[in-house]
Ligand binder design. Structure first.
Ligand code: AKB
Length: 344
C-alpha cells in the first residue's frame, strides 16, 4: 500500500503550533500528525489526522509514529523557553537538546527508509545571541547570524547547539562510515524574534512582556512590565512567523546558502508598545516593575537583526510592520475575542 506522506508537528499545542496548524489546515492538502505533552485544544484537534500525547523523549512513542506514518516534513516546535529554562536548566537541556537529537535521529531513519530527505524546520531564537555589554549592543546595529553567538541563557545555548546539530545531520552525518547516510535530513532553522499572537499567550519566555501587556490591557487587567521602558528587541506577529516557517519549508533546497536564517519585522521599545496599547485601550493600566535579572537577559539579545540572507534566499518579507501589526491584526482580533466572550 502506498502511504501518503504526512506533516509531523512536535510541541503542537504551543503558541506556534496553534498558528501553524490553523494555517496548514486552512490551506488544505496536507495531513497533519502531532505530538505534545498535553491534549490538543479542541479547536486544533479537529484539524489534525492524528494526535499523539506524550513526550519528545519517549523513543518507543517516536518508533510507533515512525512505523505508522510516512513523514516528509517535520516542524519541531517542542521547547522550554528562556525564563522557564533558567529555573530548570537540566529539564530544559533534556527537552531542548536531547529532544531535538532524538527528533533528528527519527528524521534520519525516516529519510533512510524512504530514500528521500525529510525536511526538518526548526524555530531557533534571538536567544542564540549574547551581546557582552550595553555599549557593544548599542554599536552592534543589525546583527548577522554569525555575530555575537555567545548566549548567556540555557535556552540560548540549547538553540545555538541544536542549529549546529541540525547542520551536522544535514551535511556531515556519519561522514566516516561507508554508505549513503548524509543528506537524509534537510534541516532548516529560523532564528525568531519575540513572537506576538492575537489568539494565544506564550508561557515561560523573556520576550513575553509584549504579548502580556497587550492581552492584559484588552482584558481590562493591570499589568506590571518587567523590563525597562527603553528595552528594545525585535518582534514579529504570529501570521508572519507561520508564513516564514511554511515558506522556508517549501523553498527549493538549492536556493538555500545556509541552514539558519534570521527573520524580523519590527523592533519597538517596551514603552512604544505601551503607548500604542494605551491608545487602543484607553483604560489600560500599564506600569513598570523592572526585574533586573530578566532585563539582563533582554540586554544580551540584539536590538535588531540582519535578515537579508532570508530575504535574498527565500524571499522572506514580513507583511506586518509595527503599526500594521497593531491596527490590522492584534487590536481587531483581540477586541473581537473579548467582545465575543462578553457576549456569551
Ligand atoms: C523567549 O523569550 O524565550 C522566546 C524567544 C525570544 O525565543 N520568546
Amino acid at each position: 500500500m502506498i502511504r501518503k506522506p504526512v506533516v509531523f508537528i512536535t510541541g503542537a499545542n504551543g503558541e506556534i503550533g496553534h498558528g501553524l496548524i490553523t494555517k496548514l489546515a486552512a490551506d488544505g492538502g496536507r495531513r497533519i500528525v502531532t505530538l505534545d505533552l498535553t491534549r490538543l485544544d479542541s479547536a486544533l484537534a479537529s484539524r489534525v489526522e492524528r494526535e499523539f500525547t506524550g513526550s519528545i523523549l519517549d523513543t518507543a512513542l517516536l518508533e510507533r509514529i515512525l512505523a505508522e506514518f510516512e513523514i516528509d516534513l517535520v516542524f519541531h516546535l517542542a521547547a522550554l523557553l528562556s525564563t522557564r529554562a533558567e529555573f530548570t536548566p537540566l529539564a530544559a537541556h533534556r527537552v531542548n537538546v536531547e529532544g531535538t537529537l532524538l527528533l533528528l535521529e527519527f528524521a534520519q531513519k525516516e529519510g533512510e527508509s524512504h530514500g528521500r530527505p525529510v525536511t526538518v524546520v526548526y524555530p531557533s531564537s534571538i536567544a542564540a545571541y549574547g551581546l557582552p555589554d550595553l555599549d557593544t549592543r548599542a554599536r552592534a546595529d543589525r546583527v548577522r547570524e554569525d555575530q555575537y553567538a555567545r548566549p548567556t541563557t540555557m535556552y540560548g545555548c540549547n538553540k545555538l547547539y541544536c542549529e549546529q546539530l541540525g547542520r551536522y545531520y544535514a551535511r556531515h552525518y556519519k561522514q566516516l562510515t561507508v554508505g549513503a547516510f548524509t543528506g537524509r535530513v534537510d534541516f532548516r532553522a529560523v532564528r525568531f524574534p519575540g513572537l506576538i499572537s492575537a489568539t494565544t499567550l506564550p508561557s515561560g519566555g523573556t520576550s513575553d512582556y509584549a504579548p502580556e501587556m497587550i492581552h492584559a490591557a484588552a482584558r481590562g487587567e493591570a499589568y506590571e512590565c518587567f523590563v525597562r521602558p527603553d528595552a528594545r528587541i525585535p518582534f514579529m506577529v504570529m501570521p508572519d512567523a507561520v508564513n516564514a516557517l511554511l515558506t522556508l519549508a517549501h523553498v527549493p533546497r538549492d536556493r538555500l546558502t545556509q541552514t539558519t536564517y534570521n527573520v524580523a519585522a519590527f523592533n519597538p521599545s517596551a514603552d512604544e508598545i505601551r503607548s500604542i496599547v494605551a491608545h487602543a485601550f484607553p483604560n489600560a493600566q500599564i506600569t513598570y516593575r523592572v526585574d533586573a535579572k530578566r532585563q539582563t537577559i533582554i540586554d544580551s539579545w540584539p536590538a535588531d537583526v540582519d535578515d537579508s540572507a532570508a530575504r535574498r534566499d527565500w524571499d522572506f518579507a514580513p507583511q506586518y510592520s509595527f503599526h500594521r501589526a497593531f491596527d490590522e491584526y492584534l487590536i481587531p482580533t483581540i477586541r473581537g475575542q473579548v467582545s465575543g466572550v462578553r457576549g456569551k
